[in-house]
Design a protein around this ligand. Structure first.
Ligand SMILES: CSCCC(=O)/C(O)=C/O
Ligand SMILES: [Fe+2]
Ligand code: NI
Length: 197
């Protein structure tokens, strides 16, 4: 389930908002220029399905988005749990790549075709932890401070959209704050609180 948890950037244990309500999530993020939309999920993705086939399933939406937003490069980032020796080490290395706060020179546009991951968006003086799941299309404005957690057991397939070949390159802020915030595993382990009457 898509989830948003908002925390002050200087008090990671203080939860200002925690919601799984899709309109509330989209509305809260839209107030900061971040778009969260949904595409219908076109079937499950298994580790055996190749990336070109996954892209082909979303061809119409991908082409429309590229035309509208001037995206020229599309790729598929993915990781699935495996019993292969060395997988845990490979997963930990992949995870650490995105765990430090960074910015990109272009919009970060990602569609989850499978699994989940959490984008932590550092907007003004708050952190918006946004857990995306299959069907979520997130668009984060260029220059937004953020980091990404794929969890200790990464399982996701994400279509990535770039304006330039090197659009994925991050400019790291060297701010260690990311380490103080709840991980993806911790965020999804907490059951949603009932709404106040
Ligand atoms: C879900 S795609 C991998 C994460 C990524 O591309 C990125 O830039 C995270 O900040
Ligand atoms: Fe990023
Ligand atoms: Ni998987």
């Amino acid at each position: 389930m898509t989830l948003l948890q908002v925390m002050p950037d200087d008090a990671p244990q203080t939860v200002l908002l925690r919601t799984t309500d899709a309109p509330t999530i989209a509305g809260t993020l839209a107030g900061h220029g971040v778009e969260l939309r949904h595409w219908p999920v076109r079937g499950p993705v298994t580790p055996q399905d190749d990336s070109a086939e996954v892209l082909e399933r979303y061809r119409a939406q991908v082409d429309e988005l590229c035309g509208r937003e001037g995206m020229k490069v599309v790729d598929v980032a993915r990781l699935h749990p495996s019993t292969d020796p060395g997988w845990a080490e490979q997963a930990a290395k992949a995870r650490s790549t995105f765990l430090e706060e960074h910015r990109h020179a272009e919009n970060e546009v990602r569609f989850f075709a499978h699994g989940r991951g959490c984008f932590y968006l550092h907007l003004e003086e708050k952190v918006y932890a946004t857990v995306c799941e299959a069907g979520d299309l997130l668009s984060v404005p260029a220059g937004t401070r953020h980091w990404f957690d794929m969890g200790t057991r990464p399982d996701f397939v994400a279509i990535r959209f770039f304006e330039e070949e090197d659009g994925w390159v991050g400019d790291f802020t060297c701010d260690p704050l990311a380490r103080a915030f709840p991980s993806l595993d911790a965020l999804v382990a907490v059951p949603p609180q009932p709404a106040a009457p």
